[in-house]
Design a protein around this ligand. Structure first.
Ligand SMILES: *Cc1c(COP(=O)(O)O)cnc(C)c1O
Length: 373
């Protein structure tokens, strides 16, 4: 059996041990320490922003805290992209709020601005003001930020930008993560950089960051007296994991260009010779190509291709399953055009890790060619 090719495995660059050692010798085996401050500064520099940034134990907790900062509570309505990983929407439920799902347009595969505006208008007409809009840069491809921000502004609804998959992507030269009123990143094991588990919240103001930090550390009012002024969470990142983040971040630009190169290699080799169609990148959108996602002609073909690749020990996966079709959210209101279901039924992701060798890319390409042979 050939060696397994994974979809998007952690990519070590060799600096990790040295950086983690620094954190350990400092003695700060805690959710405090200089590696955390450093990681926050380094991320701000990468995003080219003086917005505030707080590192946390996951991207999911970052979304939860963004909703908390907005004041989301029981019964509130939150508008959310349906074509995404379920972690985008679950924090809405943690708050006792309810999602309203929005389908995708086919240029970026993200939230359709027309359906979004339709949803806002209809919800307002019913006497309810949505508390927030969550857009996602799926597989690293930026959403239609101009129009979505404009709608947020016009109806005075804050935008949460789920950039979990999009560190290193940009929209009209603005780095993803700093585009919305709140931005979130993830450093989960399969993301473009990893701290094994981790995330970040980007806010417009220092006082929002301060509030988020307070909530992320059990809402303590003093460090000695165990006094707490509200119900907080244990969401802060540890100093050790921040050191991993610092080592991983040193070569982010290389990781982005490697993933883009892999995408282009697949596209050049496969687009003309097979029915595969590739996720587009339209003017103004710059994707880190976190995952190369492609469409085939129907659901059977998708399943067969995934199984065929698996037969050679190659991991490919279906595109995200739209949230409005997932059991916890079957009763949620949705504004649909069929696109996200189409992208799911016909779509799959090919191995895209930034440590994927050219030999392994050739193996994937050959196997796909054989399938359509
Ligand atoms: C990975 C991911 C998240 C969640 O991040 P975690 O760090 O795993 O909690 C949220 N949204 C999207 C789109 C993701 O891909």
């Amino acid at each position: 059996m050939n060696q397994r090719i994974y979809l998007s495995p952690p990519h070590l660059n060799g600096l990790e041990i040295e950086y983690v050692q620094k954190a350990i010798t400092s003695g700060w085996l805690a959710p405090f320490g200089e590696q955390i401050d450093l990681f926050e500064n380094n991320l701000q520099n990468k995003l080219n922003t003086n917005k505030s940034l707080l590192v946390l134990n996951s991207g999911t907790s970052a979304i939860h805290l963004a909703l908390k900062l907005i004041g989301v509570t029981n019964g509130d309505k939150i508008i959310c992209q349906t074509n995404t990983y379920i972690a985008t929407a679950n924090p809405i439920s943690y708050c006792g709020a309810e999602p309203i799902f929005i389908d995708s347009e086919l240029d970026s595969w993200n939230m359709c601005p027309n359906l979004l505006e339709d949803a806002v208008i209809k919800t307002l007409k019913a006497g309810i003001k949505p508390k927030a809009i969550i857009g996602v840069h799926i597989y690293g491809m930026p959403f239609q930020a101009d129009r979505i921000l404009e709608i947020g502004k016009e109806y005075d609804i804050p935008i949460i930008e789920d950039a979990a998959e999009a560190l290193g992507s940009s929209y009209k030269n603005n780095e993803c993560g700093k585009i919305g009123d709140f931005g979130i990143l993830s450093f989960n094991g399969n993301k473009i950089i990893t701290t094994s588990s981790g995330g970040a919240l980007i806010t417009n103001t220092k006082s929002e960051k301060k509030h988020a930090l307070h909530l992320a550390t059990q809402a303590k009012t003093s460090s000695t007296g165990f006094s707490h002024d509200s119900i907080g969470y244990n969401y802060r990142m540890s100093n050790i994991l921040a050191s991993l983040g610092n080592s991983q971040l040193t070569d982010l630009d290389k990781r982005v260009s490697k993933r883009r190169k892999i995408f282009n290699n697949y596209k050049n080799e496969l687009e003309k010779r097979t029915p595969l169609r590739f996720q587009p990148e339209t003017t103004g959108h710059y994707s880190n190509r976190w995952l190369t996602s492609v469409l085939v002609r129907n659901e059977d073909e998708r399943n067969q291709l995934i199984a065929y690749l698996e037969g050679d020990n190659i991991e490919a996966r279906q595109n995200w399953t739209p949230l409005h079709t997932q059991r916890p959210y079957l009763n949620s209101p949705s504004f649909l055009n069929g696109n996200s279901l189409f992208l799911h039924q016909n779509g799959l992701c090919l191995p895209s890790g930034s440590n994927l060798s050219e030999t392994d890319q050739d193996r994937v390409i050959d196997r796909v060619l054989q399938f359509f042979g």
